[in-house]
Design a protein around this ligand. Structure first.
Ligand code: ARG
Length: 272
C-alpha cells in the first residue's frame, strides 16, 4: 500500500569504504562488491517505491558515504538543518545536501561551526508525541541540542550512546507509528534507558536482542505499517507482527560493511 511518505535516497554510484570512521568499516576498506551494492540498493529502492515516494540526490565523486542520506541533516516542514559532520571525510557532503534543499525552496539552516550534528542519523521524531529523540556521544554532541531546538522548534529528548558499534541513534533506536519504539537497550547509558522507559509505555517498547541489533534490525525504514530492514530474527518479526506491523527483509550486506543499513540509506522528507 502506498503511504504519503517521501524519502530521499542517493544512488550508490561512488559508494565504497575508503576510510574508517566507525568499527564496522574495519577490514572493509576497498572490499565492497559494487555490482552487489547496486543490486541491494535497487531492491531497497523498489520496495520503498511500492510504499512511498522516493526522491534522489546526485551522488558526488569523493563522497563514498553520501549514499547514507539519513545523515544529510534534519527536516521539519519546509526547514532543513544541514548536518555538521564530525569527521572531515564526510564534511564534503554538506554543501551538496544544502544545495539540494535550497534548490527546492527549503529554508536551509546551518549548525554553529564547531558543533557536530549528524542529522536524522542522530535525531528521530517520535511518531505519537511531539518530541525529538536526539543522541550524542559518538558523532553529534550534546551542545547541538540548543541549535536544534532554536532552529527547528523541536522538543528534544537527549539520549547518550555508549557502545561504539551503535554510533548513530538510528543504528539502535527507531520510533514507529502509534508511539511504538524499537530499541537496543545496551547501546544507551543507564540514565537514557530510564528516560526511554519513563516516556514510552511498556507495551509500546520493543527491546531487541543482540543478534537483531547486530544485524541492524533497529535501522528500520517505517512506511506506515511496513517495516523494512536488512535482516531480523523470527522473534523480532513476531513481536512486530503482534503490534500490527509487517517486516520486509532485504539484504544490505555491502552497506553493513560501511556501518549502515536500510534506514541510513533514506531521509524522510515529510516531517510535519
Ligand atoms: N560510513 C558511514 C559513517 O560512518 C555510515 C553512516 C550510516 N548512517 C547512519 N545514519 N547510521 O558515517
Amino acid at each position: 500500500m502506498k503511504t504519503p511518505h517521501v524519502f530521499l535516497m542517493c544512488p550508490p554510484e561512488y559508494f565504497d569504504v575508503s576510510y574508517i570512521i566507525n568499527p564496522w568499516m574495519h577490514g572493509n576498506v576497498r572490499k565492497i562488491d559494487n555490482a552487489l551494492a547496486k543490486q541491494q540498493w535497487r531492491a531497497l529502492y523498489d520496495i520503498l517505491t511500492d510504499h512511498a515516494t522516493v526522491r534522489l540526490v546526485h551522488p558526488q565523486p569523493g563522497s563514498p558515504d553520501m549514499v547514507f542520506t539519513a545523515n544529510a541533516g534534519l527536516v521539519r516542514g519546509r526547514r532543513f538543518l544541514v548536518s555538521r559532520f564530525r569527521y572531515p571525510e564526510r564534511q564534503y557532503e554538506e554543501p551538496y545536501f544544502a544545495d539540494w534543499f535550497l534548490d527546492r525552496g527549503y529554508e536551509v539552516m546551518l549548525m554553529p561551526r564547531d558543533v557536530p550534528f549528524e542529522g536524522a542519523g542522530d535525531a528521530l521524531f517520535d511518531r505519537a508525541e511531539k518530541r525529538l529523540w536526539f543522541a550524542y556521544g559518538h558523532r553529534s554532541v550534546l551542545a547541538a541540542r540548543e541549535a536544534i531546538e532554536s532552529r527547528l522548534g523541536a522538543r528534544v529528548v537527549p539520549l547518550k550512546l555508549t557502545d561504539q558499534r551503535f554510533y548513530h541513534l538510528d543504528t539502535c533506536f527507531c520510533p514507529l507509528d502509534g508511539g511504538h519504539v524499537l530499541y537496543y537497550p545496551a547501546a544507551f547509558d543507564a540514565a537514557s534507558r530510564a528516560t526511554i522507559e519513563k516516556l514510552v509505555a511498556a507495551d509500546r517498547r520493543i527491546a531487541v536482542g543482540e543478534e537483531d541489533a547486530l544485524a541492524f534490525a533497529c535501522n528500520a525504514v517505517a512506511a506506515g505499517r511496513t517495516i523494512v530492514v536488512n535482516r531480523a530474527t523470527t522473534a523480532f518479526v513476531d513481536a512486530l507482527g503482534r503490534r500490527g506491523f509487517e517486516v520486509v527483509q532485504t539484504p544490505l550486506s555491502e552497506f553493513m560493511k560501511a556501518g549502515g543499513s536500510a534506514k541510513c540509506l533514506t531521509l524522510r522528507l515529510d516531517e510535519a
